[in-house]
Design a protein around this ligand. Structure first.
Ligand code: ASP
Length: 325
């Protein structure tokens, strides 16, 4: 019997077309196409539901939370859910949903790098691939997945690594979870980490600041002035920052603002190694939390869910420290 799959559309290039006067713009044809796409009907029984139709730079944590609630509500009636999304923030939505959802059923995000009027469209193939993954028994209990270019990636670790190519998504360091071949869906490995944060609200006033050489403290000051709950600092290498911003970090900590340091490097963990002023060890001794291998944008989203659930800075801090130990 064919599996029942719900496709939830949210917009992105997969739902856009090129206009010679205005460039690539959102358009309404995706839903029509999904209803009349024979290769899709061969794979599963499909229903379609539009959540929104926005470019993914317009996606935000509140919308991600509402999308997660919709998935929780709908998944009861389906064998799996496929979400079409823009590629620009896809890895953020995928990880947010991965943290939020506890279903064992497949939830698969997919997208397109090419809009509906370009040669060599990747969108239709990616959708069929995502539906194949979502309707395969082998996909049970694997967390939220990202399917692009016949590759299956884990939401926590996938990154958009190219701004234009169809193979724009990679899982650096850990590699793909699996692939989609013409005859079957193949998983190479299990995901490394499964973490669920159940909460009925999120806290969004959390900032991310990227460290650059010779940076000032003005971004940190701005965050402190708007009373953020936490700041994710994308620091250098193992988690090091210039000594010049230490007084402002101290000021934030004194105001009970949680500071979490991630690395701006492509791969690798932050560690309390360097003891010089501003080094990772020095920061940890000050009370800054280290993010492990989780990258800054994803740590920011995780903190939104954690503050929603645990409310108090001390509790969020203990949760993260326990994970690091
Ligand atoms: N700007 C587009 C978006 O993220 C890019 C894409 O979908 O590929 O909505």
């Amino acid at each position: 019997m064919k599996k029942r799959i719900l496709i939830i559309t949210t917009g992105g290039t997969i739902a856009m077309k090129y206009d010679k006067n205005f460039g690539i713009l959102p358009n309404d044809e995706l839903i029509e196409m999904l209803h009349s796409f024979p290769q899709l009907q061969d794979v599963a029984e499909i229903n379609v539901c539009e959540f929104t139709n926005i470019p993914s730079p317009y996606m935000d944590p509140e919308k991600m939370f509402a999308l997660g609630k919709l998935v929780e509500e709908k998944i009861i009636d389906y064998d799996g859910i496929v979400i079409t999304h823009g590629t620009d923030t896809l890895e953020e939505t995928a990880y947010f949903l991965d943290l939020m959802l506890s279903t064992r059923k497949p939830v698969v995000l997919t997208a397109a790098m090419r809009s509906g009027s370009e040669l060599g469209l990747d969108g239709p193939r990616n959708i069929v691939g995502a539906v194949r993954v979502a309707s395969d028994d082998i996909t049970s209990d694997r967390g939220v997945l990202v399917v692009m270019n016949d590759d299956i990636n884990c939401a926590r670790d996938v990154v958009k690594t190219n701004s234009g190519k169809t193979d724009a998504f990679e899982t650096p360091l850990y590699g793909l979870l699996g692939i989609i071949d013409p005859d079957k869906v193949i998983f190479y490995r299990e995901r490394i980490i499964k973490e669920t944060i159940k909460t009925d609200q999120i806290v969004t006033n959390i900032d991310l600041i990227k460290c650059v050489s010779g940076m000032g403290s003005h971004h940190l000051e701005a965050s402190i002035n708007r009373n953020v709950k936490a700041i994710v600092l994308e620091a250098f290498g193992r988690g090091n920052v210039p000594f010049t911003i230490l007084p402002t970090i101290k000021k934030a900590l004194d105001k009970n603002i949680l500071i979490v340091v991630a690395s701006r490097t492509y791969t690798g963990r932050v560690l309390p190694e360097y003891g010089y002023e501003g080094g990772g060890r020095y920061l940890a001794d000050m009370g800054v939390i280290l993010s492990g291998d989780l990258k800054g944008p994803k740590m920011r989203l995780k903190l939104m869910l954690l503050f929603g659930k645990l409310k108090k800075t001390e509790l969020v801090k203990s949760y993260l420290l326990e994970q690091n130990s």
